[in-house]
Write a protein that binds this ligand. Sequence first.
Ligand code: ADP
Length: 269
Amino acid sequence: MFVIEINPISKAAIDTRIHPFRDQSGNVTGVIIVVRDITRIKKLEQVRTEFIENASHELRTPVTIIRGFVETLLGGASEDEKALKRFLELLDKESKRLISLTEDILTLEKAEKKIHEKEEREIDVTKELSDCAGAFASIISDKGLELVCDFTDNPVRVKMNREDFRQVFSNLIDNAIKFTDAGKVSLKVDADPEFATITVSDTGEGMAPRDLDRIFERFYRVDKSRSREKGGTGLGLSIVRHLVEKQGGRISVESKPGAGSSFKTTLPL
Ligand code: ADP
């Protein structure tokens, strides 16, 4: 007799197969029992199903809105010049959202593949970060925000694909600007013998502690409609986390409602 103990609290998924052994006359003389813990496989399947459900829902929303506008225009609204302009602007906005969503879904799918298929080079962190921030200069000044850079004088180099590096920090800087109405967006680079630490902070709306555990989940947004309004897809931070972890790095967040947020990324040198 043998005993398999399964902890009911762990909700383990166990795959059991029994193969009988028979002698020449067909009598069962013994059995092989194969017991496999497939909890991880099941969990991955569930995550994948949930992702497909969420992605379909997120994609359907702009498509439904676009259909609605098109029907209204075809129904006669296009004859009113003012209405036509408004509907075309809304169609423009929703179709752009659709493009962002499909792009983010594809980027996430690529980021999740653990293999390093892209070319990695030594990159100069402060230079790349300044270039990333430079792309947001006009949005920062339009919003009346201040960009503060606090970079170490010593050169800091990490080995990473340049496009991935830009994807990570453009997402973090974009969020910092999106969720800050007044004050500063700050970039800080530090290094010790092993790691480069890059911090993107803001003086924006911040987040409650209960949201901090969840913001790296796919499609999680503190305020769905506000994020949509700002052109968000809810996938940016999951992409960021995947790219950073693929590099052997870590990302953490500290935030206080009304006081701002700070995203700290460490990358191995
Ligand atoms: P989104 O496309 O909505 O920006 P993200 O995955 O980048 O999606 O972020 C998820 C959510 O985390 C955002 O919708 C927002 O609620 C919150 N968030 C991210 N960055 C910040 C920030 N700097 N300040 C406040 N909230 C933030």
